[in-house]
Design a protein around this ligand. Structure first.
Ligand code: GLU
Length: 445
């Protein structure tokens, strides 16, 4: 099996593209096949090298790799060669209409209630007409002549049996008057030249597939197997409508672990349950493209956040130790159950080990707390003993007591289990925090 992911380097990757990439990649890896990364940069004006870099960076971040990558702009000579061959065989023809002329034709057709399909009038041009146009300064654009009598059929790995009549499709423009190729033909040429066996892409390409099957047939090539994934829907207003989803950059900035996103995207819209996977191999092993539903799927960012917490909870110290300096395994195994994002590890470590600003409501309470702190090294029983002694001294509700201690010792209203936190803060710092505040308050008084 040989598949490819073919982004256009005209913007950053978003969740929708990455889902396609990941599904395609998993499909290949599951079958021990090869995966190719192709940059569809035929539109030289809109393509930018910076997006090639950012796309590669995002894919690597996700955990994907590829056996080969190339840019379509490296292959223009090859595309010209095929274009010429197809012209000689009558599959491609030159057209001279301007954009405005085409626009007028389209509007007229619509007015008459006809589908706005190109009328092929360029096929009637005489050689002299073409010469005249060129002398006028017009440059030709080129169209692929569809076989309108044929109903294109294929058995889609996701959508099942598909039939598309090409009678309502305009002959697609394959090369523009400015010399730029459109996406359509180079993609087919590359898929043939690189022996692509399976094409996985979004269902927005279904009509293109009908056209591209006819192109492959015109080139007497084997047609690959197609799998068209249903589109993701994003209902969150924060998500850009223009790009059709969240960017991977924003996902990364949101501190979502790549495996949380992979766990979600590899199973979203399938019959499998969505679970937190901490390694890619388990996802690859259970992958089956046939499990993808042909109806559209809703993307929920909060589900990814939930998976993120679960993934952090399941991560062994070995997997994170390079990302953590100072922090030991004992702290990791405690804190991982209490965080949603990785940066919270460092935050809680700082809270335990560095200076914080304690929050004090009741000076009297803090004085009692200081005087009743059990002797000896803090362990997990210290807090319960301490609370018992305080309660013997004053009449206070447990909730208020815990809250006051937490605020005084961590400066936060909420957080991980206090009993365990105290073991990391340590007796010395507990006293320091309680005293520091008392001393300050006394000074103010
Ligand atoms: N460049 C195309 C896109 O981004 C590729 C489609 C395909 O996979 O053939 O939609």
């Amino acid at each position: 099996m040989l598949t490819r992911f073919a982004p256009s380097p005209t913007g950053d990757l978003h969740v929708g593209n990455v889902r396609t990439a990941l599904v395609c990649w998993m499909h290949t890896r599951n079958q021990n096949g090869k995966f190719l990364l192709r940059f569809d940069d035929t539109d030289l004006q809109r393509s930018d090298i910076k997006y090639i870099d950012s796309i590669m960076h995002d894919l690597k971040w996700i955990g994907m790799d590829w056996n080969l990558s190339f840019k379509q702009s490296e292959r223009f000579l090859r595309y010209n060669e095929v274009l010429l061959q197809l012209m000689e065989e009558g599959h491609i023809y030159a057209c001279y209409e301007t954009k405005e002329e085409l626009d007028i034709k389209r509007k007229l057709q619509l007015k008459q209630g006809l589908p706005p399909v190109y009328d092929r009038s360029a096929l009637l041009l005489t050689e002299q007409c073409k010469i005249n146009y060129e002398q006028e300064g017009r440059k030709p654009h080129f169209r692929f002549k569809l076989n309108r009598d044929e109903i294109v059929k294929w058995n889609d790995e996701v959508k099942g049996e598909i039939t598309i009549a090409t009678s309502h499709i305009s002959d697609p423009i394959v090369k523009r008057e400015d010399g730029n190729y459109t996406y359509m033909l180079p993609s087919v040429i590359d898929d043939i030249d690189f022996d692509i066996t399976h094409v996985v892409r979004g269902e927005d390409h279904l009509t293109n597939t009908a056209v591209q099957i006819q192109m492959a047939q015109a080139l007497k090539a084997k047609v690959p197997i197609f799998a068209h994934l249903s589109l993701l829907h994003f209902d969150d207003n924060k998500i850009s409508k223009r790009t059709g989803g969240l960017s991977i950059k924003s996902i990364r900035e949101d501190e979502i672990e790549p495996m949380a996103l992979c766990s979600y995207l590899a199973k979203l819209g399938t019959s499998d349950s969505i679970e937190a996977h901490i390694d890619m191999q388990s996802l690859i092993d259970s992958f089956d493209i046939k499990k993808f539903s042909s109806s559209s799927t809703q993307f929920h960012l909060d589900e990814v956040h939930k998976l993120n917490s679960k993934i952090l909870q399941n991560m062994p110290f070995e997997a994170v130790k390079e990302r953590l300096t100072q922090i030991d395994s004992e702290f990791w195994y405690f804190i991982r159950n209490n965080i949603e994002k990785f940066s919270e590890v460092a935050k809680w470590w700082q809270i335990c080990k560095s200076d914080i600003e304690p929050v004090i409501f009741d000076e009297e309470f803090i004085k009692i707390a200081l005087n009743t702190l059990p002797k000896g090294k803090c362990d997990e029983n210290t807090l319960s003993e301490w609370v018992k002694i305080i309660k013997e001294k004053i009449d206070i509700k447990s909730k208020a007591l815990f809250m006051q201690l937490r605020l005084a010792l961590t400066g936060r209203e909420a957080g991980p289990e206090l009993a365990k936190l105290l073991t990391f803060i340590g007796r010395e710092k507990i006293i320091e925090r309680l005293k520091m505040r008392n001393h300050n308050s006394a000074a103010i008084a």
